[in-house]
Each structure stands twice: as structure tokens, then as C-alpha cells.
Design a protein around this ligand. Structure first.
Ligand code: GLU
Length: 507
């Protein structure tokens, strides 16, 4: 492959911009597919074009409805909406390849008739043996063309006895080049590819064939897809030539690499959008993070909404080099978007995690704590959210962070109550004086500011650390937690007293 400067105008005069993603529903939507969708979407929106979602489900054995649903849900969640395609329809449907088999059949027959393709009856084992032999001689594996010149009679005879076959393209020997919007001039030698299979039967096209037919019939103007498809482009261009199609303009976007620079895969952690969604990443953060995987605005700006991206995104500024996936950066974006949420919205986003962890249970009027059977007020939950908003990096962290608010009594070692070298006797008396002061307060005044001013005299007298450390531990049972006034504000008078009593009992 050799690439030189970009040559072609990005959009031809009077060209209607129509782009697509064509995911195969063979697994949960990969973050790479979502990024490809995002780049296509932004390109379409920016240029007043249409974005199409087509499902490439011709591989029946590997395609599953649940994965199609995952792709649809994931894109909708990210806000990457399509103008035509599955669920929505449009003038060029159906948009599921499995519903287009008759269309492919007519093209396959025509390719066979014109001798651009041929039946191959070689058995799998024979092909495997040939491949091994070629590799042992240091050759690139390719089909040696054994069936390329069968006579009509031989073909008929084989078909009659129902011998298994596939259909191969007759690859002309030449150099194929195209101008990629990102990679510049790209050139391939077809000799290295050989007569690849394009269909398993007359109505079972393989990827390269189906994609070319669909892109033509759906009037796709630009194919923006992952770089892993760059060598397929040669095959697709030859197919365009044979079927007399005008090829689209190509833009191959860089691979997403893990931090060790190998291709991002499951062994590096979460790779599907669903996993990130479940963990509690916000769609705004995922979009913001993804767009920077291979694109750079060339300014200092780091945070972008989808609308801002539509204006700013420039396909021509997408880099050629692989884009490194940094999970910490994603977390950083997520914290930013969490901090910017209003408390009510954030609470609604956190509720499913509380329910999932069985910390809250839905009741008719609101929520209940299933362990203590108490009702939990929304105002109480909002206070909790406010306490952790700055610390939460992903939504799912809220349950662990806020655990102490939903337990009956904390469980801890009494040594944790010790402030520096302070003896237990003094700690006990410090807690007792706090208890006494709190006892007198009306439970409706139990809020942070009021309590902090009320207790200030005692804490000054006894020492701040000497009083507030054991108090905080008595309330939380933790080495690190929000401050005692914040905790008392949330749990209220009765629980506060109970937790202090529990600590005093231990001493
Ligand atoms: N089904 C292919 C994929 O999921 C589509 C590639 C293309 O855009 O041509 O990678």
C-alpha cells in the first residue's frame, strides 16, 4: 500500500451526502463501531446529508436479534440518530441484508453469466491443504484458480449431483488505486488477493458483494469505516467495475489501539458500549471521548456537545495513525459530565444502581430500604447525591460510596475511633458530651449548618480532631467518609444518637 497527499474534493459538485454504518449483529456493539457511527453521523449532519443504519446480517449462523437490538439501543442512547434504516425505513429499504436476498441473487447470476465470477467446487479440506502448502513456501495464501476454467458441462454435472460450491470473483491482475479522504492515494495489487469468495450460494452473498450492492442501491456517497476494511476496498472496487457502479468516496478511519498499542480487544477490559452504559458512563461523556479517538479540533477546546461537534467536526482532520484508547480519560470526561448534572437528574440516573444493589426498593409512594424496612425520602437521597457528586467518576460508584447511609449500625474496630494517641476514656467522654448536646435538639433542626454552629463550643473545648474524628467514625464506621455534620444531616437525629450510643457501648 502506498499513500500520498489527499487529492480528491471531499464532496463532489451537486453530490447529495449519504453515509451509512453497516454493523454485523454478531456481538454487543463495539466502541469502534459506535465511533464509526459518530463520525458518519457528524459528517452527514454537517453537510446536510443523510445517515443510514443498515444491518449486515447475512451471516445467519453468527447474527442474533439481541445484538441488533443492542446496536439500536446503544446508538439511541448515545443520541446518534439515523435518518433511514432499520426501525425508521426510507426509500431504499429493506435495511436488513437478510431481507434483500433476492436483490443479491440477480446480481450474482449476472456476474456468473458475464464470467466475472465462477463456481468453485473445491472441498474445504483441499483448500486448507493448499493454503498450508503456500504458507510453508512463504507465499501469501490465495486460491490457485483450480475451478476458474471449468467447462459448462463440468459445472452442470457438479450442480446436478449437488456438489457443495461457493462463488468466486475472477480477479483481474492489476493495480487498483483510490483516493482515500484520510489516507490519500492508496494502491493495492490484486495479485495479493486472488479470486476470493463473494457468495456461498446464489442467494447467500458474502460481505464484499452485499456491501457493494447495498451502497450502490442506497446511493451511498461516502463510505466512512474502520481501517481494517481497507484491503476489502480493492475487492469492492473490482466488483463495482464488474457491475458498472460508480464507487463511493472512501474514508478509512484509524484503528483504536489499547495503551500497549495492540488492537483494542476484550482482554483490555470493556469494549462494548453496553458495558460502559451499565457501569454508569454518561452518553455525553462517551460521545466526547469517542470523537477524540482519531480526531483533534486543533484548538484547546476539550468538551463538546453533539451539536457543537456537528459544527466543528472535520473528516479531513482525522489522523492516519492509530488512536490510543485511554480509559482514564474516559473516566475524566465522565466525572466532568456528572459534576455538571443537576441533582434531580443525577439522582434519577443513580436510582437504578441503588435498586440493582438492593439498597432501595420501589414502593407506591417512593422508596424503601429493604434491610431496615424504612421509607427513604427523596430529599434524603438528593442530599446523598450532592455529597458524592464531586467524587463519583461513574454512576455505579454511588452505591459503595453511600453505603453508610443505608445500614442499620456500622461495623468497625473500636481502635478506629482513636484520634492520634487519645485514650478511650477521653474519647468516650467526648462522645458523651456530644450526645448530650444533640439529645436536646429538635429533630427538625438537624441540618449541617445548624449542628456545626451548635457543636462548635464543645469541639473547641474538647479539641476539633479529638471530638470530630471519633464522632465521624461513630457515624460512618469508616476511615474516610463525608464529614460528621453532613452525615447527621442525612441520617437525622434518631439514627445519629443510635450510632453514637453504639460507639460508646464499644468503649
Ligand atoms: N459489516 C461490516 C462491519 O461491521 C461493515 C463494514 C463496512 O462499513 O463496509 O465492519
Amino acid at each position: 500500500m502506498n499513500a500520498s497527499a489527499r487529492q480528491q474534493p471531499m464532496i463532489l459538485p451537486n453530490q447529495a451526502v449519504r453515509v451509512r454504518i453497516a454493523p454485523s449483529p454478531t456481538g454487543f456493539m463495539h466502541i469502534g463501531t459506535a465511533r464509526t457511527a459518530l463520525f458518519n453521523y457528524l459528517f452527514a449532519k454537517k453537510h446536510g446529508g443523510k445517515f443510514i443504519l443498515r444491518i449486515e446480517d447475512t451471516d445467519v449462523s453468527r447474527s442474533e436479534k439481541k445484538y441488533e437490538k443492542d446496536i439500536i439501543d446503544g446508538l439511541q442512547w448515545l443520541g446518534i440518530n439515523w435518518d433511514e434504516g432499520v426501525l425508521i425505513n426510507g426509500d431504499y429499504g429493506p435495511y436488513r441484508q437478510s431481507e434483500r436476498l433476492e436483490i443479491y441473487e440477480s446480481y450474482i447470476k449476472s456476474l456468473l453469466e458475464k464470467n466475472h465470477a465462477y463456481y468453485c467446487f473445491c472441498a474445504q479440506e483441499e483448500l486448507e491443504a493448499i493454503k498450508q502448502d503456500q504458507m510453508s513456501r512463504g507465499e501469501r495464501p490465495h486460491y490457485p484458480g483450480r475451478c476458474s476454467n471449468l467447462t459448462k458441462e463440468e459445472i452442470q454435472k457438479n450442480l446436478k449431483i449437488e456438489k457443495d460450491f461457493i462463488i468466486r470473483i475472477r480477479m483481474p491482475l492489476k493495480k487498483v488505486s483510490f483516493n482515500d479522504l484520510i489516507r490519500g492515494k492508496v494502491e493495492f495489487d490484486t495479485e495479493l488477493i486472488g479470486d476470493v469468495a463473494i457468495a456461498k450460494s446464489l442467494n447467500q452473498p458474502l460481505y464484499n458483494l452485499a456491501v457493494v450492492i447495498d451502497d450502490e442501491l442506497m446511493k451511498v456517497s461516502h463510505v466512512i469505516r474502520g481501517e481494517e476494511h481497507i484491503s476489502n476496498t480493492t475487492i469492492q472496487l473490482i466488483l463495482c467495475e464488474y457491475m458498472e457502479f460508480d464507487p463511493p468516496t472512501y474514508a478509512h478511519i484509524p484503528l483504536i489501539l489499547a495503551q500497549d498499542r495492540s488492537k483494542l480487544s476484550k482482554r483490555h477490559g470493556a469494549v462494548s458500549v453496553t458495558e460502559y452504559r451499565k457501569e454508569g458512563y454518561l452518553p455525553e461523556a462517551v460521545v466526547n471521548f469517542m470523537v477524540l479517538l482519531g480526531w483533534n479540533p486543533g484548538t484547546e477546546q476539550e468538551f463538546f456537545t453533539l451539536d457543537e461537534l456537528i459544527k466543528t467536526f472535520d473528516l479531513l482532520k482525522v489522523q492516519k495513525a492509530g488512536a490510543i484508547f485511554n480509559p482514564d480519560k474516559l473516566k475524566w470526561f465522565n466525572s466532568h459530565y456528572i459534576k455538571n448534572k443537576g441533582v434531580k437528574e443525577l439522582l434519577n440516573l443513580c436510582i437504578p444502581y441503588f435498586i440493582q444493589e438492593k439498597i432501595l426498593e420501589k414502593t407506591t409512594g417512593g422508596f424503601k430500604n429493604p434491610k431496615t424496612k424504612e421509607l427513604v425520602k427523596e430529599s434524603e437521597l438528593e442530599k446523598i447525591i450532592l455529597l458524592f457528586k464531586e467524587r463519583m467518576r461513574v454512576l455505579s460508584e454511588i452505591t459503595k460510596l453511600s453505603e453508610i447511609f443505608f445500614i442499620d449500625l456500622p461495623n468497625y474496630d473500636k481502635n478506629l475511633l482513636r484520634w492520634k494517641e487519645l485514650d478511650f476514656k477521653t474519647i468516650k467522654s467526648n462522645l458523651l458530651s456530644i450526645r448530650k448536646a444533640l439529645e436536646k435538639e429538635d429533630s427538625s433542626y438537624f441540618n449541617r449548618d445548624y449542628l456545626s454552629s451548635k457543636l462548635s463550643e464543645i469541639t473547641k473545648k474538647q479539641g476539633v480532631g479529638e471530638t470530630l474524628w471519633p464522632l465521624r467514625v461513630a457515624l460512618s464506621g469508616l476511615e474516610a467518609s463525608p464529614g460528621p455534620y453532613e452525615i447527621m444531616d442525612v441520617i437525622g437525629k434518631e439514627k445519629t444518637i443510635r450510632r453514637i450510643d453504639h460507639a460508646i457501648d464499644m468503649l
